[in-house]
Design a protein around this ligand. Structure first.
Ligand code: ADP
Ligand code: GLC
Length: 508
């Protein structure tokens, strides 16, 4: 039976409040999609400095409480604001922990920039997120309604299911049990490579019993892992695509977690992310110089010319323009991007890269740009509006990830008529259909795929894309149209999340 649910999603990122990647897009869009399906949905995240600038602006409430972190008793209070579809956002204020991000000083929400330019995690990340995890549970009695489902995301919220089962389950209020025993927990793993691993003495800081520090529970190779803790303690688990759910049970993709995931495979599901088409649709995108749609593609040429100007490269309508938007990390296959770049540029193509991340990649990209100033443009930073303009202005989108749990950029590319060239892994394998002769004939092709993580295979796929763009414009248009007409909206994925939530609902 499809009962109305009350879902609380706990996360460290929500777009508009704080974002480093797709986690933020998902954590904003999924609750809104659940609200549209008739459920009550709210979100809880830390009140970072950037979150204070969100719209509509968060305001402080009178709901104050304390949280025990190691030996400390930390004071906090909730702020709130409302998103579309009536989704309430709760923000946990604690300025020592969360009022420190400032991009102009190289300070992000998890990391800061050292004097030598390299990036490092904040030394107190464990403490910050122990605080946040406990604060979420302490806040529940102060919210407007008791949730049925607590949906936690990635390592930053991984201890919540542990605290719930070990310390909160039987908490009593003035008139009986508070309701912690009625909560069902879902952990979504957006990326197994980020595990929230800290030295074993942080068990004390976390306030957890040493008996839990064993390989079947919280210990991960001698350390405390928030992610493993979440995997062991959450009622149900999912990752963000069916292929990635299978991949992470193997050593290459599992980053050491393959064993615990394999053991828990009966509780592990894969649901591909959706797209918020109210934000990512070239027909209504307010970041673009011109809008376009399936029925009238003319605006795309305007977007391309504007992108060439914005990135200071030759304004050449015929040059195949390759776009990249990515966190510049190993995951995103930046080695392959830089390896195939000279091929694209020497073939008369162009390349535009928007990204931020490892310094070594910044250097290689700067070096390449200096070699091809007229054909290659880069922006090394985080810029939401530019991300939209690259999706729209490029002819094809390159995403040769070493692994990709789901990936949103290839889905944006499909909608923007910018066929993606992808490595067939994780969500990329689940969402992009290769332009093989058969798939072109049966009308399912949407992009170009390759298998092995090698510059050679990547180049072959890029070469096919450039070849089709130049010599088979009819096929190219077919590819664009097929991608643009597909529906990767949240409605589809939200229905799958709803099934998991319904399984978690406990009788009142
Ligand atoms: P991941 O979450 O692994 O970074 P996704 O494809 O799921 O990958 O999502 C990435 C999101 O972050 C997209 O919304 C993309 O537009 C955005 N993004 C990544 N890098 C940048 C950047 N430098 N500037 C603006 N947006 C970016
Ligand atoms: C992670 C993954 C990405 C996914 C996103 C949102 O950052 O790297 O593939 O789309 O989370 O789930």
């Amino acid at each position: 039976m499809n009962e109305k649910l009350n879902i609380l999603l706990a996360t460290s990122e929500v777009v508009g409040f704080a974002k480093t990647g797709g986690l933020a897009d998902v954590c904003a869009a999924l609750p809104q999609a659940m609200a549209r399906r008739g459920h009550r949905a709210s979100i809880i995240l830390p009140l970072y400095r950037s979150a204070r600038q969100a719209k509509p602006a968060p305001v402080p409430t009178e709901r104050q409480f304390t949280v025990v972190v190691g030996q400390k008793v930390v004071e906090t209070r909730l702020w709130h604001t409302t998103l579309d579809d009536g989704v309430t956002v709760w923000l946990v204020e604690q300025n020592d922990y969360f009022d420190r991000d400032d991009p102009t000083q190289g300070r992000g929400i998890y990391q800061y920039t050292r004097h030598d330019g390299s990036r490092a995690d904040y030394e107190d990340n464990c403490e910050r997120f122990v605080f946040f995890n406990r604060a979420v549970l302490e806040a529940l009695p102060l919210l407007d309604a008791w949730p049925d489902i607590l949906h936690v995301n990635d390592w930053q919220t991984g201890l919540i299911p542990v605290y719930l089962k070990e310390q909160y389950l039987h908490r009593m209020g003035e008139s009986g049990p508070l309701g912690y025993d009625r909560l069902g927990t879902l952990l979504t793993i957006h990326n197994i490579a980020y595990q929230g691993t800290f030295w074993h003495w942080d068990m004390k800081l976390a306030g957890l019993d040493w008996r839990l520090f064993n390989p079947r529970q919280l210990e991960f190779y001698g350390k405390l892992s928030f992610l493993k803790a979440g995997i062991v303690y959450a009622d149900l688990l999912n990752t963000v695509s069916p292929t990635y759910a299978r991949e992470i049970q193997t050593p290459y993709f599992g980053y050491g977690m393959q064993g615990v995931l394999w053991e828990n495979r009966d509780r592990l599901f894969g649901i591909v992310n959706g797209v918020d088409y109210r934000v990512w649709d070239p027909a209504i995108d307010r970041h673009l110089p011109a809008n376009y749609s399936l029925d009238d593609l003319s605006g795309k040429a305007i977007c391309k010319a504007a992108l060439q100007r914005e990135f200071a490269i030759a304004e050449d309508a015929a040059a195949p323009l390759c776009g990249v938007v990515a966190r510049l990390t190993e995951q995103k296959g930046v080695d392959l991007i830089t390896a195939v770049a000279p091929g694209i540029l020497d073939a008369g193509g162009q390349l535009v890269v928007l990204g931020e991340g490892d310094r070594k990649y910044h250097h290689v990209l700067q070096h390449l740009r200096d070699r091809y100033p007229n054909r290659m443009g880069i922006y090394l930073g985080f810029h939401e509006a530019k991300a939209h303009r690259v999706e729209a202005g490029a002819d094809f989108f390159l995403m040769p990830s070493a692994f990709e749990p789901s990936g949103l950029n290839q889905l944006y590319s499909l909608k923007y008529g910018t066929p993606p060239v992808v490595r067939a892994t994780g969500g990329l394998a689940d969402t992009v259909t290769d332009a093989s002769p058969e798939n072109l004939a049966n009308g399912t092709a949407t992009g170009f795929r390759f298998g092995g993580y090698s510059a050679h295979e990547c180049w072959r796929a890029v070469e096919r894309a450039i070849g089709m763009y130049r010599h088979y414009p009819e096929f190219w248009r077919q590819l664009m149209r097929t991608g643009m007409s597909q529906d990767w909206s949240w409605d589809r994925s939200a229905a799958e999340y709803e099934q998991l939530y319904q399984r978690l609902r406990k009788p009142r």
